[in-house]
Each structure stands twice: as C-alpha cells, then as structure tokens.
Design a protein around this ligand. Structure first.
Ligand SMILES: N[C@@H](CCC(=O)N[C@@H](CS)C(=O)NCC(=O)O)C(=O)O
Length: 234
C-alpha cells in the first residue's frame, strides 16, 4: 500500500490526480502545511523541508514530484501513462516532468512575486520564454510529449490549471485553454479535484483510505462520502 502525504489545494494535488490516473489503492495522510510554523516537526523525517507531496512505498520514502511521478509510473505501469525504458518517448517525457519542477514552478513563483532578474542569474530562465515554449508545444501537439496523454500531463496540467484558473498569472492562450479542456474531461482529474475539495472541507480528517473503486463496482454507487473514506477511515 502506498502512503501518500498530502495537503489539499497544494502542489501535492497533482500527485493525488496521478494516483487516481494509476488506479492504485493508497492511504492518504493529511499534512497541515498551513498551521503556524508549517507541518509538524515529526514530518521532517519524511520530507526534509516539511513539504508535500511525499509517499512511502514498501518502507521506502520518495519525495519531490518528478521523482514521485517517475517512481509510481515505473512501479505501476498497468495503465500505460508513462513511456517505459526503451520507448523513444521517454526522453521527452522525463524532460517535461523535470521542466515542470525546475523551470515552470519557480518561474511562476517569481512572476507571482513580481521579482525582476536576468535570465542568466538563475537556472530557470524567464517567464516569457516559458510561455512561448509551452504555447508552441501545445499548439502543435495535444499533450506534453506528443499525441498521447502521459503522467507529464498531470504535472504540467495541474500547474497550468493553478496558474491560469486559480491564481491567474499565466496568459489564457488558446493552446493552454484547449489543453486544460482536454484534461478537465478526464475522470481521474475530476475525482482528484472532488476529493481535494472534500478533504479541504474536513480538516479534522487526519487519515483516509482511498480504495480505488473500479467503474461499475458496488462501492462506486455509494455516497460521495463513503466513496472518499471507505472502510479504513479513522
Ligand atoms: N520541490 C518540492 C516542492 C513541494 C512544495 O513546494 N510543496 C508546498 C505545497 S504548495 C509545501 O509543502 N509548502 C509548505 C511549506 O513550505 O511549509 C516538490 O516538488 O515536491
């Protein structure tokens, strides 16, 4: 069983979406990163900077979104959302995964804070270069690495979703809006946002189990609350 450390409406929402795409069971532990002083000190043994997401699988701790995505998609390849070793698409896939954390995330952060800097002063480059790069990519291909949806679209998609629809710092380019429309139709995306919303409304919840409910199963017909917390809720 995967243990998933999560805070609703945060960077770990992408990992929540990924787990839903993979359709694997996971145990979710809420981490309150908004408490005074941030997450509890004990959480530092899982994530050295007390940030979410983090996962534990078979006793091994995995942190950082790109690493978590790579790890999970390699460990659970059944749903075929990541090019495996030997697939020519793996290079572009890994490049986009890391780009999201190493370039897109900090560039959006500095734009939000309206910092001015020169491109060669930081490893992540300029906001306008990032916008142009992603615009050209999504104008010519429906997904981040070409014609097929991959886990890189989870990471790119959730960041564009936040940066266009929630904290609007990115321009509403047609390529971006069409891309978000495509992603918004995915059942796993819808499930993840619904679960995130429910978790945000129930801050008393500390641990929840999300057994994946196969479409058409009896559990799937339960109320949203039952669906969310299953039998293992404590
Ligand atoms: N490099 C980390 C960044 C994760 C991150 O920034 N998480 C934010 C969530 S929005 C967090 O936990 N912030 C809480 C804090 O810094 O106290 C990753 O990619 O996993």
């Amino acid at each position: 069983m995967i243990k998933f450390y999560h805070s609703p409406h945060s960077r770990s929402t992408g990992t929540l979406w990924l787990l839903e795409e993979l359709e694997i069971p996971y145990e979710l532990e809420l981490i309150n990163i908004n408490a005074p002083g941030g997450a509890p000190e004990a959480y530092r043994t899982i994530q050295p900077n007390k940030k979410v997401p983090a996962i534990v699988h078979d006793g091994i701790i995995i942190t950082e979104r790109a690493a978590i995505t790579t790890y999970l998609c390699d460990a659970f390849p059944d749903n075929d959302i990541a090019p495996q070793v030997g697939d020519l698409r793996r290079g572009p896939y890994l490049s986009m995964l890391v780009y999201c954390d190493a370039v897109l995330d900090p560039v959006i952060a500095v734009k939000t804070h309206q910092w001015t800097y020169k491109s060669n002063e930081f490893s992540f480059g300029l906001f306008d270069d990032m916008v142009e790069y992603l615009d050209q990519k999504l104008l010519h291909h429906p997904y981040a690495t070409g014609s097929d949806f991959t886990a890189a679209d989870v990471q790119l998609g959730i960041m564009l979703y936040w940066a266009i629809k929630i904290f609007p710092v990115m321009p509403e380019k047609e390529s971006f809006m069409r891309y978000l429309d495509r992603l918004s139709e995915r059942p796993a995306f819808i499930r993840a946002l619904e679960k995130d919303q429910e978790l945000a409304k129930n801050p008393r919840s500390t641990t929840a189990h999300f057994p994946y409910n196969k479409p058409g199963s009896r559990q799937n017909q339960d109320s949203p609350h039952d669906h969310m917390y299953g039998d293992g809720f404590s």
